[in-house]
Design a protein around this ligand. Structure first.
Ligand code: COA
Ligand code: AMP
Ligand code: ZN
Length: 434
């Protein structure tokens, strides 16, 4: 049942004591970074004065903007010789973020992912196929090391190449997969194309689905399509990646690991702390990180804490599904996209006119998600021949792909044919059914 029974079932009082001890260490460690030493000085904060978890509620927030401003090393608390891995978000200069790990950090992270996987019933002897992006995405290496720590045979298949994914599943008799929910829907269609049925022609029994919002209906659909149990997996690169919160076999919310993260829910507008049971923005403090501790990090993810004890016996509280975002970021094919990235890329191309529009769709036939970017071309360029326009369309597609890491379908339109934009939000129309 348990990977670390003592910790997973620790009674609340001892869990809070553990958190306080780790919080004090974290604050002392954070103070060694250029960013927090400045922040503590400016706000007259002395970490030694934090005597209770309550006291921590007055500490200032850390935001993604702070991470961007301090890119790359402003949050680092150890010497460069001690860091062994970096995960970095996409984004042009000035928009990127980086999270560094010591070997100790990586060990802690792998342990958390192993704990999550074990909780759902994965054991030595299972064959785990990790069908998400490797490289700088945290879902690839994060699950790889977690699964190896648990002792499962791990296939680092990465994303894409659907037919090969199916052959790997059959050749190595995969029992557990990690897959982005929208892709799981699409992959089922590819099974049809090759004349196979995953319920009969594979040994699959468990899937971890996450990295993008999805509904209970989508989970059930995936379970039905593949004949498996699907568990919601939540994480964010700033808090390592996967392994932050995960469903247990009860599938009634995701346990977040309170020995490693201090979690609060705030009203994103007033920044006031909300009681358990109320929906708001998740705020995280790392409790066990060396290279880059983060204090009261605003995730922008909206969810609710369920405080009720879980029948599985774990004492760590649970969060609901992620209900949305308090900023304008959206996720396509498991990749985070900020509308500003699209805006900056388009506005750097001289032929592009004033207006553009982004439409997100899920194709009905084969569940393929796509992003259509309609772009007005300036009148002087619209006169050009078709070959010129096609060249421009390709150039815009390439520029967006290299910035966003997903390929958009670009459509060029005549000037003044798109609705005038009134702020960023109206430019993205999301027609996908989650
Ligand atoms: N996960 C895995 N594979 C995916 C995918 C997803 N979310 N979305 C699409 N694919 C597959 C496509 O089906 C296609 O394979 P196929 O032609 O063999 O069927 C291949 O990847 C390319 O997809 P396409 O939509 O043409 O490419 P793109 O350039 O728009 O997107 C991806 C490129 C899919 C590689 C990129 O979006 C990606 O890496 N997504 C995964 C991100 C991720 O792992 N996030 C987790 C972070 S923890
Ligand atoms: P990244 O930092 O690239 O790993 O992206 C993290 C973001 O992905 C989170 O802040 C969420 O917005 C989103 N995300 C991750 N897991 C889930 C999930 N299970 N459900 C909904 N959104 C998720
Ligand atoms: Zn539980």
């Amino acid at each position: 049942m348990f990977w670390q029974k003592e910790i997973e079932t620790l009674e609340m009082k001892s869990l809070r004591e553990l958190q306080l001890g780790r919080l004090k260490k974290t604050l002392a460690q954070a103070g060694k970074s250029p960013f927090y030493s400045r922040l503590f000085q400016q706000n007259r904060i002395s970490p030694e004065k934090i005597k209770s978890l309550e006291d921590a509620k007055n500490l200032p927030f850390t935001t993604k903007e702070d991470l961007r401003k301090e890119f790359p090393y402003g949050f680092l608390t150890v010497s460069r010789e001690e860091i062994v891995r970096v995960h970095s978000s996409s984004g042009t200069t000035g928009r990127a973020t980086a999270v560094f790990h010591t070997q100790g950090d990586l060990n802690g992270w792998a342990n958390l992912v192993a704990r999550c996987m074990y909780m759902t019933g994965v054991r030595r002897g299972d064959v785990f196929q990790n069908m998400v992006g490797y490289g700088l995405f945290t879902g690839g290496l994060g699950f790889q090391y977690g699964a190896e720590r648990l002792g499962a045979l791990t296939i680092p298949s990465g994303s894409g190449n659907s037919k090969r994914q199916i052959s790997l599943m059959r050749d190595f008799e995969t029992t557990v997969i990690h897959i982005i929910p929208s892709y799981a829907l699409h992959l089922r269609k590819v099974f049809d194309e090759v004349g196979l049925n995953p319920r009969k022609d594979t040994k699959l029994r468990i899937a971890f689905i996450g990295a993008e919002p999805h509904s209970e209906a989508t989970r059930q659909r995936i379970e039905e399509m593949y004949g498996i149990q699907a568990f919601n997996s939540y994480g964010l690169s700033e808090m390592n990646g996967p392994g932050v919160a995960f469903e247990c076999p009860q599938k009634m919310g995701m346990h977040f690991w309170e020995d490693d993260f201090l979690v609060e829910v705030i009203d994103p507008r007033t920044e006031e702390i909300l009681p358990d049971g109320q929906e708001g923005e998740l705020v995280f403090t790392t409790l066990n990180r060396e290279a880059m501790p983060l204090i009261r990090y605003r995730s922008k993810d909206l969810a609710t804490i369920f405080p009720e004890p879980c029948p599985c016996g774990r004492t760590h509280r649970r969060i609901s599904r992620i209900k949305g975002r308090s900023d304008d970021m959206f996720i396509l094919k498991g990749v985070n996209i900020f509308p500003l990235q699209i805006d900056t890329t388009l506005m750097n191309i001289p032929e592009v006119g004033t207006n553009y529009r982004v439409i997100l769709e899920r194709e009905k036939e084969n569940f393929q998600d796509r992003m259509i970017v309609q772009v007005e071309v300036r009148p002087e360029y619209f006169q050009g021949d078709l070959w010129q326009l096609e060249k421009l369309r390709k150039q815009i597609t390439e520029a967006l792909k290299s910035e966003l890491l997903v390929t958009p379908k670009v459509e060029l339109v005549e000037p003044d044919t798109l609705p005038k934009s009134e702020g960023k939000a109206v430019r993205v129309l999301d027609h996908r059914e989650m």
